[in-house]
Design a protein around this ligand. Structure first.
Ligand code: SAH
Length: 426
């Protein structure tokens, strides 16, 4: 009964499954309802690999929309488990192939990201506007020590992908060796949950400390459980005896694949850093998908980056060694534009970075000018323009009807304009 009611509120991940306890499901619902952030907190239920090798991954199915028999209006999305899309470095399908519709083949390549657990209709709409290509759902926990469940709709080749090296640490313990000393054995987490834009409060970490101080050795199981729930929910790590703390922005940068201090300095507040990092790409994941471009464009690429944020796409391409000839980056937040500009300067790029602020102002005329200047785009990349397209956002969530959500259509509009300008006979 509980599960049925849930379906109206949040999409139920496949991993939650019929075997999940009511307590787990309740945790999941409460967290999903409470969170106003872009990402949902998920129990660590699927952080342990259930598949040991490729042989068990027989059938690739990206998502199912299921309608309940007695309530055809209720839609849930079942996400694949393991959430590895066309494969991840440690878990590859024996042979990867997919056929794209003719309309999706050819320049420019596109790549669109959204939170996997999106409200009803979002994935259908994204696919419909992007040549009916199904999303590739990938959890970044297969690339780094933190989860991030995202869907990507893209028309890139999917064979011969390669990961960024060095491979990032894959467990919390590898990522934060100093915390090992303080990590209680009853906290069995190996991966962090999705990095979000909000962090746990000082009050919470103090409450945890004083709860633990009351016991000489390990606290009773019930105390352990409630502390672990908070640790999972807020991604708290052990930094001293009985002391937990939220991640620092530079730790998030490392987990997400950005250079250290990428978001630091230049008048950027801590809150802004958390906000931008909480919304960004996980660089190693995106780089894996984009790696196929390296051989195709030995001379470098022209990139149109929409909703660029702190430049996850730009950083991924640069780290792959793909030269950025011209980057047209469209990002409303000045703080984020400054971060990308300063990264651009520090990495001694030899190409051009042109920035615009509002995607809505990018009309046909502007695009014509830009395209005639750069000579066409090889890749149009974009992702999740606002919180309303995340399943967990209960307050401002209004599916595809809201004012902010309409920004999603700007990606399709701009991609279509780019294609028609580039394909126009000279
Ligand atoms: N992929 C990016 C983050 C995307 S988050 C990264 O790797 O960092 C979505 C971004 O869209 C946010 O940075 C937000 O500031 C930006 N945005 C929201 N509305 C916008 C608009 N109208 N025009 C341009 N950018 C916008």
């Amino acid at each position: 009964m509980m599960v049925l009611n849930l379906c109206r509120l949040v999409v139920v991940p496949f991993a939650t499954g019929p075997e999940a306890s009511i307590a787990e499901l309740t945790d999941f619902i409460c967290a999903a309802q409470l969170s106003r952030e872009a990402d949902v907190y998920l129990p660590d239920d699927d952080l342990k690999p259930r598949y040991n090798g490729v042989s068990k991954i027989k059938k690739r199915k990206f998502f199912d929309i299921c309608k309940k028999k007695n309530d055809p209006e209720t839609e849930t999305i079942r996400l694949p488990n393991p959430m590895i899309g066309f494969g991840v470095p440690s878990l590859q399908h024996e042979s990867v192939n997919r056929s794209l519709p003719n309309s999706a083949i050819g320049a420019p390549f596109f790549y669109y990201e959204n939170v996997a657990l999106a409200p009803k209709g979002v994935w259908d709409t994204i696919s419909r506007f992007l040549n009916d290509i199904e999303p590739e759902f990938v959890d970044s926990k297969y690339f780094c020590a933190t989860a991030r469940k995202r869907g990507y709709v893209q028309n890139l080749p999917v064979q011969n992908r390669f990961p960024l090296v060095p491979l990032p640490p894959l467990t919390i313990q590898q990522a934060f060796p100093l915390s090992r000393k303080w990590w209680p054995q009853w906290d069995a987490r190996e991966k962090l949950n999705c990095i979000r834009t909000a962090i746990g409060s000082a009050k919470l970490t103090e409450r945890i400390r004083s709860a633990l101080e009351r016991f000489d050795g390990d606290p009773p199981t019930s105390v352990q459980k409630s502390i672990l729930d908070e640790c999972r929910k807020w991604n708290l790590v052990w930094v001293g005896r009985n002391k937990v703390a939220p991640l620092e922005p530079d730790e998030m940068e490392m987990l997400l694949g950005f250079p250290k201090n990428h978001t630091r300095g230049g008048g950027i507040s801590r809150t802004d850093r958390y906000k931008s990092l909480g919304n960004s790409f996980q660089v190693d994941t995106v780089a894996y998908h984009l790696s196929v471009l390296k051989d195709m464009f030995p001379g470098g690429i022209n990139l149109l980056s929409l909703f660029s944020g702190i430049g996850g796409a730009e950083v991924a391409l640069h780290r792959l060694g793909i030269k950025l000839k011209n980057v047209v980056s469209v990002e409303k937040s000045k703080v984020n534009r400054d971060i990308v500009r300063s990264w651009w300067e520090q990495t001694n790029q030899t190409g051009n970075l042109i920035d615009f602020d509002d995607v809505q102002a990018l009309d046909g005329e502007r695009l014509e000018e830009v395209i005639s200047y750069v000579g066409g785009f090889d890749l149009v990349i974009g992702g999740r323009p606002c919180n309303t397209l995340a399943g967990s956002n209960r307050v401002s969530r209004d599916g595809l009807e809201g004012k902010e959500s309409s920004l999603l259509y700007d990606y399709f509009r701009i991609l279509d304009l780019v294609k028609s300008i580039m394909h126009r006979p000279a």
